[in-house]
Design a protein around this ligand. Structure first.
Ligand SMILES: Cc1cc2nc3c(=O)[nH]c(=O)nc-3n(C[C@H](O)[C@H](O)[C@H](O)COP(=O)(O)O)c2cc1C
Length: 307
């Protein structure tokens, strides 16, 4: 079956996209993701200035979930400029540039720098604490703050569509999405990790992660991502594309996120679990399921959940 789709004038040969922060640090790693059959690739979160992550150990995994406290390390915009410019020379698949900041002003400055590199989409990671908020509440947990970031980034993003990356921590993710849609969002990525969670080593009686807590991803996240995508889809009347992300390990997982309302499918944790050929495997599995069930067009699945 033809799995290709055109989303906001950008062609994706299939719905799978490397999720932010997993593998995408250099142009050569993004090219490898393309060679392995992904429809698109997302950069890790880019900061305006170099940003130190958390000390090791930063990741702990089992077959149910992964906890990570990498702390969004980044070399800053200079390095990103080199890598993105290099990748955009031959541009084998669409590139989604993910940005993050602690203030609206820094989101705008970062967006201004990144749009000059002409990525296909800008993904705005608003799960980070707002340093101007009295309690450092993440932008994604406040309709007002999320809409403010959206409006200001949209004002400098020119013709590049902006996808707001939402957090399952929001009390009402649908309300946040609709506030962002009103403020000019072109699409959404749903969702980021949930938590934080903690894992304790029995013998040492200490938390395993040096940061003590981390965000949860992987199979255990999928029911939450499905519900969040469905909420966002309904709150925005299915009008804006959603990159559904969270817990996808198989073609059937991907199709479930599509029924909830996703057009594209972010894959993160599963790249470590099933290897770099995951993108092709997921596409083959989607294809086989659709063939067996008589689905003729992949678009039939998007938002087709029946309540
Ligand atoms: C090790 C690791 C690093 C991540 N780094 C980022 C990041 O830099 N920016 C971001 O927006 N999300 C980041 N994420 C979240 C993923 O992009 C994704 O939203 C989340 O892991 C859920 O998808 P999954 O279950 O397929 O991993 C990271 C996740 C992991 C596991």
């Amino acid at each position: 079956m033809n799995l290709s789709q055109t989303i906001l004038n950008v062609e994706f040969s299939n719905p799978t996209v490397l999720a932010s922060g997993i593998w995408g640090i250099t142009a050569s790693s993004w090219r490898r993701v393309a060679e392995n059959g992904a429809g698109g690739v997302t950069t890790k979160s880019l900061w305006l200035k170099a940003h130190k992550g958390h000390p090791n150990p930063t990741v702990i995994s089992n077959e149910h979930w992964t906890l990570n406290a990498v702390g969004l390390p980044d070399a800053g915009i200079e390095k990103a400029r080199e890598e993105i410019s290099d990748f955009m020379k031959d541009h084998p698949i669409p590139l989604i540039a993910n940005i993050v900041a602690g203030s609206v002003e820094d989101f705008v400055k970062t967006a201004e720098e990144v749009v000059k590199l002409n990525p296909d989409f800008l993904e705005v990671n608003i799960s980070c604490p707002n340093v101007e908020d009295e309690f450092g509440k993440p932008f994604a947990c406040s309709e007002l703050d999320a809409a403010r970031v959206t409006k200001e980034v949209k004002a400098v993003s020119g013709s590049i569509p902006i996808f707001i990356k939402l957090s399952p921590q929001a009390l009402n993710i649908g309300a946040v999405a609709s506030a962002c849609a009103e403020a000019g969002a072109d699409g959404f990525t749903a969702i980021n990790t949930v938590g934080p969670g903690m894992a304790i080593d029995l013998r040492s009686r200490k938390p395993i992660l040096a940061n003590k807590v981390g965000g949860l991803s992987g199979p255990g996240l999928k029911p939450i991502s499905v519900r969040c995508i469905a909420d966002v889809y309904r709150a925005t009347d299915g009008k804006l594309p959603i990159i559904g992300t969270g817990g996808v390990h198989s073609g059937e997982d991907a199709l479930e996120l599509m029924l909830a309302g996703a057009s594209l499918i972010g894959i993160g944790t599963a790249v470590s679990d099933r290897g770099e050929s995951i993108f092709k495997k997921v596409c083959d599995e989607m294809d086989a399921w659709c063939e067996a069930e008589g689905v003729k067009e992949i678009g039939e699945m998007i938002g087709a959940v029946e309540y």
